[in-house]
Write a protein of this length. Sequence first.
Length: 212
Amino acid sequence: MPSPSVIPAKQLRSQDTQRKLMAAIHHCLQNKFFEHISIKELCDHAGVSVGTFYRRFKNKEALLPLLYQDFGSELNEWMTQLESIQFATLTEAVSGITQQTHHFFAANRSLFRTIHLNSRLHTDIVAGDALIDRRHLYRRISNILLRFKGDIIATDKTSTANMVVFTMITTLLDKVLYPDITPSIACELDSIALCDELTKMLMLYLIHGQNE
């Protein structure tokens, strides 16, 4: 049986070490991509020895499940703030959600890139419960649009709102995380123009979509 990549933190000292390392990786991700951060750099920022790190973690990638779970609380806080906005119209809601999402992605670019890439390369970091939480997050965004379901032209309004969220999220992720490679290079708009045009496109789908 293979050895675990991370030893669960049970003692207070181990929990404190884990908190310090997670704070250090969040700090380092403000200026670097995950793959460019060394274990020594993490340990220096955390104030722990490299030996201490290896007593708890097999390698740097062993931090990824903790990072994925840790970021869930930040996502939930952002989502709660988004839900608190009282949009007056469907157009205002689509525009507001698009702009807020772009800003959140841009402000956390390295962290999102790390999670986005490594959740595909290391599928085991996405625990079942965490995956369900992400699905719930998307439903919460869709529910903001469904406040104006009377303006959505579709038989299945929920599926239509979900498609809008999917299109918006994938478009903004690609443009923010990988602006200099395909397919993002096909769009030369700056962030403001991108959000404006994306809003127009999504609104056309919402209010002029075909009935089933």
